[in-house]
Design a protein around this ligand. Structure first.
Ligand code: BTN
Length: 268
C-alpha cells in the first residue's frame, strides 16, 4: 500500500480504467490552479467526454457558492471529469446527483459504515463533511454543451492539518479509519463507479439514480434551514423531485422547490 504523502500513480489508474468511457485520458499535475478550471478550458477547446484531470494540489481549489476548497499536496484527491450528456440544460443537476451516488458508493467501499449525502452533494460521515462536488456546465438555450464534474475527497488528511475554520465540520478517511488510504486505488475505484453510474443514468433514467440517492439521504422528514444567496428558509426536507431539486415543506404545508443552497439540519 502506498504510504502517507506518496504521490498518485496516474499510469496505474489509467491501466485499470481502460475499459470504461471515463479516465481513458488522464491529465495529471503535481500542482494546478484548479482541476475544474483546467477541465473547463479543455472542454471549451473540444476536450472529449471522459477526459479526467487529477492534481496532487490546487492553488485555487473551488468549492460551491464561491467558496475555496482546501487542497494541500499529496494527501487528498482532486479530480475533474468532462461529460457531454445528451440532456436538456434544465436536467443538468441530474449529473450532480448521479456523481454524488457514485462518490458515496466508492466511499462506502472504503468505510465500515455508509456515508450520507447532504443535499445536493456533500458527502458526510458522523455529521462531518468528507467530500464535495462542484459541477460546472456550459450551455445555450435548449442545448447542454458539456458538464465538468469536480470532486474533492479528504483522504489522508490528519486532523492537525485541517484549518481551524473547518476543523469541527470536516473529516477525512484517515481520521475515520485511523489507517492511510491507497489514493491510487481510491481514484480508480471512483472513476469506475462514476462510469457505471453515468451509464445507469443514461440506460435506466434518473428515477433509478434518484432512488439510490434517497437511500443515502438522512435528512428526509427532518427540520432543516436552507441558506440561499439572498434568503434563508426553514421547513421539513421531503426529498428530491424529478430534476434533483430539494422539496421543502414550509410551515403551513406549502411545498417549495429549492435549486441551490446550503442545507443545515435543525434536529439530530
Ligand atoms: C464543495 O464546495 O463542496 C465542492 C468542492 C469541490 C472541490 C473539487 S476539488 C477538484 C475540483 N476542482 C476544484 O477546484 N473544485 C473541485
Amino acid at each position: 500500500m502506498a504510504g502517507l504523502g506518496a504521490p498518485l500513480q496516474p499510469e496505474e489508474i489509467q491501466k485499470r480504467v481502460q475499459a470504461g468511457r471515463l479516465g481513458k485520458r488522464i491529465h495529471y499535475f503535481s500542482e494546478i490552479d484548479s482541476t475544474n478550471l483546467f477541465a473547463f478550458r479543455r472542454a471549451q477547446q473540444g476536450g472529449e467526454e471522459g477526459e479526467t484531470v487529477i492534481a496532487e494540489s490546487q492553488t485555487q481549489g473551488k468549492g460551491r457558492m464561491g467558496r475555496s476548497w482546501f487542497s494541500p499536496p499529496c494527501l487528498n484527491l482532486y479530480l475533474s471529469v468532462i461529460l457531454r450528456p445528451k440532456l436538456a440544460p434544465v436536467h443538468a443537476p441530474q449529473i450532480t446527483l448521479m456523481s454524488a451516488v457514485a462518490l458515496a458508493e466508492t466511499i462506502q467501499s472504503f468505510l465500515a459504515s455508509p456515508p450520507s449525502i447532504k443535499w445536493p452533494n456533500d458527502i458526510m460521515v458522523h455529521g462531518k463533511k468528507l467530500a464535495g462536488i462542484l459541477t460546472e456546465s456550459s450551455c445555450e438555450p435548449g442545448r447542454l454543451h458539456f458538464v465538468v464534474v469536480g470532486i474533492g475527497v479528504n483522504l489522508n488528511l490528519p486532523s492537525e492539518l485541517l484549518p481551524e475554520s473547518i476543523r469541527d465540520r470536516a473529516t477525512s478517511l484517515l481520521i475515520l479509519t485511523e489507517r492511510p488510504v491507497d489514493r491510487t486505488a481510491f481514484a480508480w475505484q471512483l472513476i469506475q463507479d462514476l462510469d457505471r453510474c453515468y451509464g445507469e443514468l443514461e440506460g435506466r433514467g434518473f428515477p433509478w439514480i434518484a432512488r439510490r440517492w434517497e437511500s443515502f439521504f438522512e435528512l428526509r422528514g427532518k427540520r432543516v434551514k436552507v441558506e440561499m444567496a439572498d434568503q434563508s428558509l426553514s421547513g421539513t426536507a421531503r426529498g428530491i423531485d424529478g430534476d434533483g431539486a430539494l422539496i421543502l415543506e414550509r410551515d403551513g404545508g406549502a411545498l417549495q422547490r429549492i435549486v441551490a443552497g446550503d442545507v443545515i439540519p435543525l434536529e439530530p
